[in-house]
Design a protein around this ligand. Structure first.
Ligand SMILES: Nc1nc2c(ncn2[C@@H]2O[C@H](COP(=O)(O)OP(=O)(O)OP(=O)(O)O)[C@@H](O)[C@H]2O)c(=O)[nH]1
Length: 746
């Protein structure tokens, strides 16, 4: 075995290395520093020297660790400070100190000092009584020393990291520290090592927080603060709640050309299929109603008219599940039929075609089917997947079949909602009733609505005071897909507004008031619909991949010509999407569709009706009127291209052959040569070419014809030139002149 190093012994007997070295030297051992070794005898002598002179009274069975204890410092301290008679043992001192603090402490001096006389007395008393209590116990200092001995840093009491850091964007290191039980300084350091230099009070963004969490090896989860005024978001959340799902009734809208029988069909349905238990009720027009067929319920929106349908969509309420397209068999496809198809397609709802008036002598259903094939509405018999029902709304023929088809379609769609949550839905229509105040027809889309519910509707709020169905019957609760009429709001909301039920009226009021304020501000800022002027900005921001256009023209030929030309415009993958095109004046329905689809209206040889004009102004819909088709195409095309970052292409304009060189001390090398091709201009960019290799690329410093400055020199003429910052020109070099030309976008 080798010698015992002094530093090792120092640790073991807890005497400073220097003290040991001094003692060793005194004893004549050959030692220099703490790395010097002691043989077995020397080691024993040193141990004996520093061993306590007297054995502790009570330390009859000292614990292993304590056995090495009698340390130099405590030893001295005790001798100096304690009033102990000579017999007082170390462990006794320990135990008494400990009594003061309830913690064993080898170093009693400070406590004695602080405690003063009183403590000393106490100490002695207690010492007499319980001096054995902590004998042999592992003291704090001993523990620390022991750790040192094992070459370990003292263990920090660090709480374990949580599995997930649940954060909000903008938290700082201090706040995060609290969550993950780490010192802010440690986090700041970690961030520094991750390349983020911040102090502990700086707000951190999402990426940084997630990076930090990843570095700690824990997950990060953003806690999204609920903004009560953001009812759209609350609505989405409610709509996405799939904790408990039940089948719900399909919501159906009927559309079609004027006089094709929409109202007749709705009336027939309303009067012939009334919901069970409500027979005899007087039907009120509340904008929607439900009927029953074979035990299944269907909700009809009683708002024929595309404008109403699209106005709701424009406000974000896609409440229709299925569109019934009514086409009169004796009239066929008409402009508003096409408009209806476009509206339904834009809303992405399946279409069921109801060929109406088959009882009429001139009815020709097949002709209607043929016509609709042009609009991708093809019956199953013909290889398509559109449901067609031939009926007579007036006589009631096949109306049940239509209902069956609706139910079939809705089965396929698997329409479900969760009735076990707060109600959320949309406004179908609303008005101010003199006697009852604001009255709103709502469609419950999620959850169950109850009388008394605190509610926010659009920018209004209130508490549901009364709730009735279309028959005026009071309802206590209304499940998904149920249309209801309510009172109790503080103001009249708008069709298409969303509503959400809140936990309490206070929150509902706060949210409603906040929304009203926001709406006002929004109104001031005015909306940012797409116009030809801001079209490219929208495209650039990646908001749009296609430009929606509505075409209105005087004759069908113009509509088609415009449509096909516009569709051919292709700017960097951005396409024109014709949302709707038809013959006739620009009407309110066009404006509503344009607003809902963020479309631009292009009118050819037509004008907007005065109502449409007013509405377009309110809704910020861009209408462009033209008399020349090419102008219309050009306008859309240049709006699409106009703001593209211009592309440049190099175009060589000419070449100069260098034939002579003149050196001028102030000017540098002057090249005299002949323009052999094209033209060289004073502001040309140039390339110096030697043996077909480009030697230098730069600009001219001067261009001369004889002694005069020249703007340009053409082929066949001599010229003199200098190149900016370049003099190493040689005879036989070619100066190639070129320009960067803007390339018009294709
Ligand atoms: N013979 C026959 N006439 C019908 C049928 N359906 C509707 N009509 C008639 O067609 C006309 C127009 O019907 P409406 O139901 O008012 O048509 P609409 O589509 O609602 O018309 P607008 O509300 O003006 O858009 C009325 O005179 C109806 O009586 C039908 O199945 N057979």
């Amino acid at each position: 075995m080798g010698k015992k190093r002094i530093y090792e012994l120092s640790k073991e007997i807890n005497v400073a290395s220097k003290t040991i070295i001094d003692e060793a030297k005194k004893k004549g051992y050959d030692v220099k520093n703490h790395m010097s070794g002691l043989d077995a005898n020397e080691e024993k002598a040193i141990r004996d020297h520093f061993a306590p002179k007297k054995k502790p009274v009570n330390a009859t069975k000292p614990a292993n660790n304590n056995s090495k204890k009698p340390a130099e410092k405590p030893h001295k301290t005790l001798n100096k400070n304690s009033n102990n008679k000579a017999k007082q043992s170390m462990n006794n001192n320990n135990s008494n100190n400990s009594n003061n603090t309830n913690k064993p402490n080898n170093n009693g001096s400070s406590n004695f000092k602080k405690g003063g006389k009183k403590n000393k007395k106490k100490f002695n008393k207690k010492n007499n009584r319980g001096n054995n209590k902590f004998a042999g116990m592992y003291t704090k200092n001993q523990r620390i020393r022991q750790n040192h001995k094992n070459n370990k840093a003292p263990e920090r009491k660090e709480r374990p990291l949580p599995e997930t850091l649940v954060y909000t964007v903008g938290m700082n290191a201090q706040e995060i520290g609290k969550i993950i039980h780490r010192e802010p300084a440690e986090i700041v350091k970690k961030l520094f090592l991750l390349g983020v230099m911040v102090n502990q009070n700086v707000s951190l963004d999402k990426d940084t927080i997630e990076l930090l969490a990843a570095d700690y090896g824990i997950k990060a989860e953003e806690k999204v603060e609920v903004n009560v005024s953001d009812i759209d978001k609350i609505f989405e959340e409610e709509a996405e709640n799939t904790d408990y799902l039940e089948d719900r009734a399909p919501v159906v809208t009927i559309m079609g050309h004027v006089d094709h029988g929409k109202t007749t069909l709705l009336d027939y349905l309303r009067n012939s299929h009334i919901t069970a238990g409500e027979a005899g009720g007087i039907t009120q027009a509340i904008g929607a109603y439900q009927l029953e067929r074979n035990g299944k319920v269907i909700t009809f929106l009683d708002t024929p008219g595309h404008a109403a349908f699209t106005a709701m969509r424009a406000r974000g309420a896609d409440i229709t599940d299925i569109t019934i397209l009514v086409v009169a068999a004796d009239d066929g496809v008409m402009p508003q039929t096409i408009e209806a198809i476009d509206h339904a397609k834009a809303a992405k709802t399946p279409i069921i075609v109801a060929i109406n008036k088959i009882d009429k002598p001139g009815a020709n259903p097949n002709h209607v089917i043929e016509q609709l094939a042009n609009y991708e509405l093809i019956p199953e018999d013909w290889g398509g997947d559109t449901i067609f029902v031939e009926l007579s709304a007036k006589m009631g023929t096949n109306v049940d079949e239509l209902l069956d088809m609706i139910l079939l379609q809705s089965d396929v769609m698997e329409l479900k909602a969760n009735p076990k949550q707060h109600a959320a839905g949309s406004v179908i229509e609303a008005r101010l009733d003199r006697g009852r105040g604001p009255v709103a027809t709502l469609l419950v889309q999620q959850g169950t609505m109850h009388v008394g519910d605190p509610i926010v509707v659009g920018d209004t709020f209130g508490r549901v005071r009364t709730m009735t169905n279309e028959k005026g019957k009071d309802l206590d609760a209304a499940k998904p897909s149920t249309p209801i009429e309510i009172t109790g709001l503080n103001d009249v909301p708008e069709a298409g507004d969303r509503f959400v039920v809140f936990d309490d009226e206070k929150t509902a009021r706060a949210a409603g008031e906040e929304r009203a304020k926001e709406a006002q501000m929004e109104e001031r800022k005015k909306n940012n619909s797409v116009t030809l002027d801001n079209l490219f900005e929208s495209l650039k921001e990646g908001e749009m991949k296609e430009v929606a256009v509505i075409i209105k023209a005087d004759v069908q030929g113009s509509v088609e010509a415009l449509a096909s030309s516009l569709q051919k415009i292709d700017v960097e993958g951005v396409k024109v999407n014709i949302v709707h095109s038809s013959v006739g004046a620009i009407n309110e329905s066009d404006i509503a569709l344009a607003e809902a689809s963020n479309a631009i209206i292009v009118g050819f040889n037509v004008r907007a009706t005065s109502q449409a004009k007013a509405q377009a102004e309110t809704d910020n819909v861009d209408i462009r009127l033209h008399q020349v088709i090419y102008d219309a195409i050009d306008e859309v095309e240049s709006a699409m291209k106009g703001m593209l970052a211009p592309k440049y292409k190099e175009e060589v304009t000419g070449e100069v052959e260098v034939r002579q060189l003149y050196k001028a001390s102030k000017i540098g090398t002057i090249a005299g040569g002949m323009v052999t091709d094209g033209v060289i201009k004073r502001d040309s960019k140039i390339r110096l070419i030697r043996d077909n290799v480009v030697i230098y690329n730069g600009e001219l410093n001067s261009l001369k014809r004889f002694k005069d400055d020249a703007k340009e020199v053409k082929q066949g003429f001599e010229c003199g030139l200098t190149i900016e910052n370049y003099n190493d020109i040689k005879e036989g070099d070619v100066v190639e002149a070129y320009e960067m030309k803007e390339v018009p976008a294709k």
